[in-house]
Design a protein around this ligand. Structure first.
Ligand code: BG6
Length: 301
């Protein structure tokens, strides 16, 4: 197939019946992955997973109907990779340059059991163009009956330490935000960004969302579960190499202010993000590396 928007040299990484590179929204190249249990889609822009769906289940990831699909613009939904900073930074784009950079597709493999793994690298010149220190960043996605994502970061410097924040800013698709409970954070300290960044402690065993919610849970290393009562589904977020969990839902007013988000979509999504942000920011000594690993799975309830 001749297609100007698909880099032909990447076809060598395709696996018949399992992995294909195709044109996605805005004609951007994306990987379409199929396994015995599930399907997934990943854009080269941002190495952004936009879909994971188990056979016979609704999509696990929310993707806005109003999302941009354009070079240099973040996709709204799925799993934006936040790196090397989280949140706003003066004069620079929110959540860092990784999510708006086209990553290199570096390989793919299929296991004997049908599990598919695809690997991406953040081009070295992205940090240079941003004026950020060099870093060696790879993202590996493994698709089976679950979705496993691993963001590995190496400090290539022989002399300087490397400081950064990272986060897999996962948007989950849910039946109705009014019928969702989030567990696993009771007793954890958090920064409440919608209450002037006040420091609080989570008292709820099951968190319910009924207003704008933007919380950074600190020193939160445990598994979080999303109980989606309307879809009769429990989603499990297991992680390692992550000390922060962020919970975000823009609710009514903020939703209207986000141009690439539909007014009523706040009812169909919740972000439960795994990473290392704010006081949990990371610092790697020369040559040191770290790996942020998140495993998403679901089961009926
Ligand atoms: C969350 C932040 O992680 O991402 C929020 O805590 C932010 O403050 C949200 O609004 C969405 O960010 P963006 O840049 O994708 O609109």
């Amino acid at each position: 197939m001749k297609d100007g928007t698909i880099p032909e040299h990447l076809r060598k990484y395709e696996i018949p019946e399992r992995v294909a590179i195709v044109r996605g929204g805005g004609d951007l190249p994306k990987l379409s992955v199929r396994t015995n249990w599930s399907t997934a889609e990943i854009y080269l822009l941002g190495a952004h997973v936009t879909e994971f769906q188990k056979n016979g289940e609704p999509p696990l990831l929310f993707l806005s109907q109003a999302s941009h699909f354009a070079a240099g613009k973040a996709i709204r939904g799925g799993v934006p990779i936040v790196f090397p900073w989280f949140g706003p930074r003066e004069g620079r784009s929110q959540h860092g340059f990784a999510r708006v950079t086209e990553w290199e597709w570096e390989g793919s493999s299929a296991g004997l059991d049908g599990t598919v793994t695809v690997r991406f690298g953040l081009p070295e010149d992205a940090a240079r163009a941003d004026g950020s220190p060099p870093s060696n960043v790879t993202f590996t996605v493994t698709v089976s009956d679950r979705l496993t994502m691993e963001l590995a970061i190496v400090n290539p410097s022989a002399t300087e330490s490397l400081s950064f924040e990272n986060c897999l800013h996962t948007y989950f698709a849910i039946g109705d935000i009014a019928e969702v409970e989030i567990t696993g954070l009771q007793g954890t300290a958090f920064i409440d960004k919608v209450d002037n960044f006040a420091r609080k402690s989570e008292s709820a065993a099951a968190i319910r969302i009924n207003s704008e919610t933007d919380r950074v849970y600190l020193d939160a290393t445990g598994t979080v579960e999303i109980h989606d009562l309307k879809n009769h589904r429990k989603i499990r977020v297991e992680k390692s190499g992550s000390a922060s969990t962020v919970i975000w839902n823009p609710w009514v007013v903020k939703a209207r202010q986000i141009s690439d988000f539909r007014e009523d979509e706040y009812k169909q999504m919740v972000c439960v993000e795994s990473g290392n942000v704010a006081q949990n920011k990371m610092s790697l000594a020369p040559g040191e590396s770290t790996s942020l690993r998140v495993v998403l799975s679901s089961q009926p309830i």
